[in-house]
Design a protein around this ligand. Structure first.
Ligand SMILES: C[S@@+](CC[C@H](N)C(=O)[O-])C[C@H]1O[C@@H](n2cnc3c(N)ncnc32)[C@H](O)[C@@H]1O
Length: 494
């Protein structure tokens, strides 16, 4: 691999030279060239179902427009590019994303870090190691979406790539080797050999669109392959050649448009065989709720893996929500939105949930959040809140506990005076709305769990403080570790 401009470098440390070509006109690339790629980004995000709950990595993210669009869809984003100057623009566009300068052949993230990885014309036939790295950093069941150029020569917009061939023969040959991954079968073979499953080849829309030949020439000159041509013929000659080729494409009253074939590959990282505990729990599901377990898709495995990584076991409620994991993701998104809008601390959320769940008679959430409330206050205070006495809490938290119970009991019985009591406690009207929405979303969650018979996990029950356990005299009984003895009947337990 010989490309000094660093397009698709594979050699050790060669990636550090990428910025010379790709970074030298980073601002122009970001503002003039990259916007044309939106069709490609939107189409791929749509096919991958990118949304809230996804942790997404974009490899060779350039100046980060694709990441900005993924963030708008609700994903938490990370990105990597070899060019520090492009990453600087990406950071400006995505201040909350985890953006790093580095080599795609040695990704600086742990194994199993992302639910989605994308790369838009960033991973090529000359960079198979980056595909291995992609597999490594994806969670089992995670999805990848890559794009590579298709059959450029037969594309209606092939003319728009012609100025790149002003580079030396060796560099033009290297560019051809890179795009070989777009040939029929090439990507499918590479992805399957590296260990991906469900490999699919799709057509992805791609159109260069520019106002006039000069704008096209300026945008094109900001790219890495253009730099290779410029090294050979000089910038002036490159721009002249580009303007000349584009002049023939000018249409009255319309932008210059060059449609180019782009191939997309979708694939999935295989899920591990269900962990023994997961399989056991799935088999037990009829004892721990009223529904049979859904088939173990990668979405389901992702839900279970999150539990295994978080609490160390698959929760009975997750076995239930495995019937619609995307709804659980969205509900979690709504709860975070309300948390942020209400400026609610974890302790305040534990007051709201414990009070609302115990008012509803939901033993599961009362155990889980009563334990958190006990940690934030004391087991005595938490037990009293569960039994309807918030007097052990600070004034503002007492107001929250009372409000949660009012909302859970009979929303139509709430009066203007009740709302005023919340204002008097220090909440403004926007916070009161957010707090009410938070409680309502939690009640929706509890209602599904309770109506479908989700038994509190015996692990949760075992780790709950005694006083809190004894205060929960309602709802469904915790599952026992001996599932054979579980009845799942909606009797009060204690
Ligand atoms: C064709 S551009 C695609 C950029 C972006 N994905 C887009 O859609 O505009 C290729 C990108 O790969 C980056 N790149 C090249 N070699 C790299 C490497 N070894 N590691 C990380 N990024 C690399 C370049 O800096 C450039 O941003």
């Amino acid at each position: 691999m010989t490309s000094e401009a660093g397009i698709g470098q594979t050699g050790k440390e060669q990636w550090r030279m990428v910025d010379e070509g790709w970074g030298r006109r980073a601002v122009e690339f970001a503002a003039l060239c990259e916007p044309s790629n939106v069709r490609e980004y939107v189409a791929m995000h749509q096919r991958l179902g990118v949304g809230t709950g996804d942790r997404l990595l974009d490899i060779a993210c350039g100046s980060g427009l694709a990441l900005e669009l993924a963030g708008i869809r609700g994903a938490r984003c990370a990105g990597l590019d070899a060019s520090p100057r492009l990453i600087a623009v990406a950071k400006d566009r995505n201040p909350d994303a985890d953006l790093r300068v580095g080599d795609m052949n040695a990704l600086p993230w742990e194994d199993d870090s992302f639910s989605v990885v994308t790369s838009f014309r960033g991973i090529w036939g000359t960079t198979p190691q980056a595909v291995e790295e992609t597999l490594r950093v994806l969670l089992p069941g995670g999805r990848v979406g890559l794009t590579v150029w298709g059959h450029i020569k037969v594309s209606p917009g092939a003319w728009a790539m012609a100025p790149f061939t002003l580079a030396t023969e060796e560099k033009v040959q290297n560019q051809a080797d890179m795009v070989a991954l777009g040939r029929p079968g090439a990507g499918e073979t590479l992805l399957s050999e590296i260990g991906f499953t469900e490999v699919e080849r799709i057509e992805v829309p791609f159109v260069f669109e520019f106002a006039d030949p000069e704008a096209y020439a300026r945008g094109l000159a900001a790219t890495g392959p253009a730099f290779e041509a410029i090294q050979t013929v000089g910038e002036e000659a490159f721009i002249e050649a580009a303007v000349e080729v584009a002049r023939q494409q000018v249409r009255d009253g319309l932008p210059i448009r060059a449609q180019i074939a782009l191939v997309g590959y979708l694939a999935t990282k295989p899920t591990r065989p269900l962990a023994r505990s997961t399989a056991d729990r799935a088999a037990e599901v009829q004892s721990v709720s009223f529904l049979a377990p859904p088939p173990p898709t990668h979405e389901v495995q992702r839900l279970f893996d999150a539990d295994l990584n978080g609490v160390g076991y698959v929760m009975n409620m997750s076995l239930l929500w495995a019937h619609l994991p995307s709804a659980l993701d969205r509900l979690a998104g709504l709860l975070s939105e309300a948390t942020e809008a209400g400026s609610l601390s974890t302790a305040q959320r534990s007051v709201l949930i414990t009070a609302a769940a115990s008012e509803l008679g939901d033993s599961y959430c009362s155990l889980a959040w009563g334990t958190k409330l006990a940690a934030a206050t004391s087991p005595e205070v938490a037990a009293a809140v569960i039994q309807g006495d918030p007097s052990g809490l600070e004034g503002i938290d007492q107001a929250l506990a009372r409000w949660a119970r009012l909302v859970a009991t009979e929303p139509n019985a709430v009066t203007a005076e009740d709302v005023q009591a919340m204002r008097d406690a220090g909440f403004d009207d926007s916070q009161i709305f957010a707090i009410t929405a938070f409680v309502a979303f939690r009640l929706a969650f509890s209602t599904v769990n309770d109506a479908l018979g989700a038994l509190p996990d015996h692990e949760l029950d075992a780790s709950t403080p005694e006083q809190v356990r004894h205060a929960i005299t309602f709802g469904r009984p915790p599952a026992t570790s001996d599932v054979e003895n579980r009845t799942g009947k909606p009797d009060a337990v204690r």
